[in-house]
Design a protein around this ligand. Structure first.
Ligand SMILES: Nc1ncnc2c1ncn2[C@@H]1O[C@H](COP(=O)(O)OP(=O)(O)OP(=O)(O)O)[C@@H](O)[C@H]1O
Ligand SMILES: [Mg+2]
Length: 270
């Protein structure tokens, strides 16, 4: 299967065919209905930040978009191809959808360079020389061109996460999905990773970012999507959704996130 990126030479990004189109997506785990009719379009070059409370289904949504989870019902299209079709070639889909996880998921027995070349060689069939060239270019983009021979355990968490970003970029994805990429990092390492993501956004990468970093979402997102209980409660520009939320559930969530020491509602449940 070949997925062809949509033409972007005509019209504005808002007119362009969506890179990802989610329609009436439902996902259950046993009796637990986790996604209850998600609708989402992401246009070329758009950065969508997804926010929402724990358990609202944010990770499940991303995992459905790259088919780590299969949808219970509804459709997801990537570059116009329906990936929820059971006959789809999953590898061809994943090749277009880069994913960065909270816990990096690097191979610790391989060097940084090997981590960034193995899938290029296996999935894309690139030669060692070509894969190395692409990997070094992407390691340069994340500021780690000189660490190719290191092993992941010799790097800080922030550096490991930047390797994971370079690895995903080396597959030339049409969209990058980030699932709380800075949540596992020491606070002083968060900035470098966000700065790499900000650069990617400025270079026109299409991105869906699940994050609790509201300052980042405000600055970088074209659109913020607030999820709760498996539905999109509110969606719009960051100045609206974060700055002036219309829905009570959005307001309550932001109040908790932006004022974590605020205890009007009694002790916080753990
Ligand atoms: N593989 C799975 N098997 C069973 N239940 C699952 C599975 N993955 C997720 N769930 C359930 O789906 C619900 C949504 O989980 P999900 O991880 O998508 O939430 P989230 O919004 O990403 O939360 P968090 O902010 O804590 O990461 C939770 O109730 C969770 O227990
Ligand atoms: Mg999650």
């Amino acid at each position: 299967m070949t997925l062809t990126p949509p033409a972007t030479t005509e019209g504005t990004a808002a007119d362009a065919a969506p890179v990802v189109q989610v329609r009436d997506l439902h996902k259950s785990f046993g009796d637990n209905l986790v996604l209850r009719g998600i609708e989402l379009d992401v246009t070329p070059g758009e950065v969508v930040c997804v926010i929402g409370p724990s358990g609202s289904g944010k990770s499940t949504l991303l995992r459905c978009v790259n088919q780590l989870e299969s949808a219970t019902s509804g459709t997801i299209r990537v570059l116009g191809t329906e990936i929820t079709d059971p006959d789809i070639n999953i590898d061809a889909v994943r090749q277009h959808v880069g994913m960065v996880f909270q816990q990096f998921n690097l191979f610790t027995h391989q060097t940084v360079l090997e981590n960034c070349t193995v899938a290029q060689r296996k999935v894309l069939g690139r030669s060692k020389a070509e894969a190395t060239k692409v990997a070094l270019h992407n390691l340069e983009r994340v500021g780690l061109a000189d660490r190719g021979s290191a092993h992941p355990t010799q790097l800080s968490g922030g550096q490991q996460q930047r390797v994971a970003i370079a690895r995903a970029l080396s597959m030339d994805p049409s969209i990058m999905l980030f699932d709380e990429p800075t949540s596992a990092l020491d606070p002083e390492l968060v900035g470098d990773v966000l700065s790499v993501m900000r650069d990617l956004a400025q270079q026109g990468m299409t991105m869906i970012v699940v994050t609790h970093e509201m300052a980042f979402a405000r600055e970088v997102a074209d659109r913020v999507v607030f999820m709760d209980g498996g539905v999109v409660v509110e969606s719009g520009p960051p100045a609206q959704v974060i700055g002036d939320p219309q829905e009570p559930r959005t307001r309550a969530f932001l109040d908790r996130v932006l004022n974590p020491t605020h205890t009007d509602e009694g002790p916080t449940a753990v």
